[in-house]
Design a protein. Structure first.
Length: 377
């Protein structure tokens, strides 16, 4: 193995979107020999999709709704996949009805039983309903300042309590700030220009990225088991949890985890759309029928039930000031490690930041450019 150890220009820890993009760029642009490792037994990270025993393609770690306004990013990824339209439609179950979500004109017409409500009338309605809070300090105040208490309690409060096990008044305003309120009839979950999904799935796309003789992949491999024996010539990219890298020197960064229950249904479809949120009923937060997105032709369907948990794989950084302060201490160590030992920290786990798939790929490309400027020829 000693000869092999000498030949790697780049070591990448984590074979999710960050790792696959970094490996592809380094191998193809710089011609570097790359070692890509991951603790799990597959690539693609939380974007991993796989075939359920029934033959239905599922998103193993929750739905990934790819969207971007970045045409350059879309063009780059198009080198590894064809696309199909995303069709990301979400509804929320409250008061025994299904409402379009995020809140839009159709939601308001249905909720307030005002079928002729116009955009101008909706704006006036929300102005009357909202609480006058000029500088919202948390998620509760943010939502109340936009839509008022009735909509807050119907759509936001219960969901947030289940998702985070924290009251919205104790969460940063940015948590609720990610969810738009529209005064038109656009029912889409997001409003990005490009809302597409890889035609054969995310795993296929990321696997094509790293299908290169310059890239070696080692799965079910812990970084701690190889870091003392494999020394890359130029740099290491670390996409794992930053607190773990530094042996939890300042304590553990808190994360919210998830558990999924996949149930087969003997029908082509069973939900009216890909996702239904349950803010006020059941222990799960949402059900997802990903076939609405993948467009797979199959006589059966699979619905996943999503249960938030305090322990388990890290999914969501918990946005509270005390956690941000703790991360900032680790970030200082990370900057020092980059300068001293050429280790670059990139991605949701390494930066303790909620990134969507397009955003994390942009972060990977930016980090690659830093490495290229420093070591590339």
């Amino acid at each position: 193995m000693s000869d092999q150890q000498q030949k790697y220009s780049l070591l990448i820890v984590g074979a999710g979107p960050v790792g696959c993009v970094m490996a592809e760029r380094a191998a193809n642009i710089l011609g570097w020999k790359v070692l890509l490792i991951d603790k799990r037994n597959h690539v693609a990270g939380n974007c991993y999709d796989m075939y359920h025993e029934s033959g239905v393609l599922i998103h193993r770690y929750g739905p990934h709704y790819f969207r971007t306004n970045n045409e350059e990013l879309l063009q780059y990824l198009s080198g590894f996949t064809d696309w199909i339209q995303g069709d990301y439609i979400v509804k929320a179950s409250t008061r025994g009805e299904l409402f379009p979500f995020p809140i839009n004109l159709l939601t308001l017409r249905q909720f307030f039983k005002m079928p002729d409500l116009t955009p101008e009338g909706a704006a006036q309605l929300l102005e009357e309903k909202r609480e006058k809070i000029d500088n919202p300090a948390n998620s509760e105040e943010f939502v109340l300042s936009r839509v008022g208490r009735e909509l807050y309690e119907a759509f936001y409060l219960g969901y947030t309590l289940k998702q985070w096990a924290i009251h919205p008044k104790d969460l940063a305003a940015s948590v609720a700030g990610r969810i738009p309120v529209r005064l038109n009839t656009d029912e889409r979950y997001v409003d990005h220009k490009n809302q597409v999904t890889p035609a054969k799935g995310f795993t296929e796309m990321f696997s094509k990225m790293i299908d290169n003789p310059n890239i070696d992949v080692m799965l079910e491999t812990d970084y701690n088991d190889i870091k003392d024996t494999i020394k890359p010539a130029f740099a290491t990219v670390y996409a794992g949890p930053i607190d773990e890298y530094f042996d939890y020197r300042f304590g553990k960064l808190p994360w919210r985890s998830l558990e999924f229950d996949f149930k087969k249904v003997e029908a082509e479809y069973t939900q009216p759309c890909v996702q239904i949120n349950y803010p006020n009923d059941y222990d799960y937060t949402r059900t997802v029928e990903i076939k609405h997105v993948t467009k797979q032709q199959h006589t059966h369907t699979i619905v996943s039930y999503e249960y938030p948990k305090a322990e388990g794989d890290p999914y969501y950084p918990i946005p509270r000031p005390v956690n941000k302060e703790l991360y900032e201490r680790y970030k200082v160590l990370g900057i020092e490690e980059t300068e001293k030992n050429n280790v670059y920290f990139c991605g949701r786990l390494a930066e303790y930041t909620y990134y969507n798939t397009d955003e994390v790929i942009e972060r990977a490309l930016a980090t690659f450019n830093l490495i290229r400027q420093r070591y590339g020829s």
